[in-house]
Design a binder for this molecule. Sequence first.
Ligand code: UDX
Length: 459
Amino acid sequence: METKAIATRPHCLVLSFPGQGHINPMIQFSKLLVHEGVKITLATTCFYSKTLQNVPPYISLESISDGFHNGGFGEAGTFKAYLGRFWQVGPPTLVDLIEKLAKLGNPIDCIIYDSVAPWALDVAKRFGIVGASYFTQNMAVNSIYYHVQLGKIKVPLIESEISLPSMPKLQLCDMPSFFHNCDDEDLALLGLVVGQFSNVDKADWVLCNSFYELDKEVTDWTTKIWPKFRTIGPNIPSVFLDKRIKDDEDYGAAAFKSEEECMEWLDNKPNGSVVYVSFGSLVPLDEEQMREIAYGLRDSNHYFLWVVRTSEEIKLPKDFAKKSEKGLVVTWCSQLKVLSHQSVACFVTHCGWNSTLESLSLGVPTIVVPQWSDQITNAKYMVDVWKVGIRVPINEKKIVKSEALRDCIKEMMECEKGKDMKNNAMQWKSLVLKAVSDGGGSSYENIMEFVNSLFTCSQ
Ligand code: UDX
């Protein structure tokens, strides 16, 4: 990558939580910073850093310990244990890393830390360096958490209408999943997640992987509370958006290997004829849900490309072929290339924040099947606010039945409503392109304000 030759290039340490949905936006933002002349060291946990493939050569990769020796999330068993250990062991090993880099004559000027690691700000302050909190998820969801912090939403929540400034009326069922159950594990996790706001207002910068046009009023409201709050997204590879960085076709740092054969499979399908289905890098579905999705796709009688991670394959129904006349199941794909392929008509998604941003950025309407965490609220926005999604009804066991999925696919693929969703998605695509444009786009301007401050502080 060509970078601007500058005598004293500021050096940022980017600290990512060990998960594909966190590292993707952070490594993408890192590429933009390198493009503007900033030096980047990417740090994540020892175990996770060993699994990452094709990290860009101009980003040096370092690791800190999370106390898991060989198993990462698998060894932890639960998300809370995984997050909790990252909180306990992270700080001392981050201090060791900063001291090591300083001794090597490569001192850090700024830590850009994943917002689920608020302890990184304390470490930054200890070294007198800039601390920038980076929200890899949508600010609207985070502003809900902020309301929890301000005590405006009582936890455990009771069934009530929750109205936040200019946000849609949210029922309890629209809130992130750990608001619903509120058993000890969930409350503890909620405490951890809300804790991420424990010191955000003390951060030098609060950066968010979203864009101004997506949440104008809520962004304005949040910037009143956090004056250094800036939307800097979508952080998606350049070839799909601003084409600013040559050959930047994928995030890099993939923990999974793509099955590229699906691209040839897509090439042989008519334009707008394929339903793409993926539940991200973390969500485990149970066997009953896998069965219902499999039969719903088959019975829709439309072409479908379904990502079923290796760990999930065992749950597929025995009579369901991974390759059939209408369908192809792969363990992983280059989702951005798939979503921008002309044969893909819509996206059955769990509404992880990256998948949400990618569908908006590439103008692909969605059929929403949220599972946990922020996905619940992201789905609410896609359907009721941004009008790009159709929600699949769930039964009393929170399972999507095959006939419900089949009917939503038919509605999207064969009815007027699907055409409306597609038109709306294309309008969001143009707003994304405007936000990232170096011709005055909101996200571009915010990124440059941050970059210029780095050069000032490193002089
Ligand atoms: C996790 C949480 O589950 C999610 O709720 C939160 O918003 C972000 O962190 P994940 O579940 O992995 O994310 O979903 P998502 O945010 O959509 O990220 C998945 C990433 O993997 C996307 O960037 C997507 O493009 C990529 N992907 C997914 C592939 O490249 N290939 C695939 O086959 C599937």
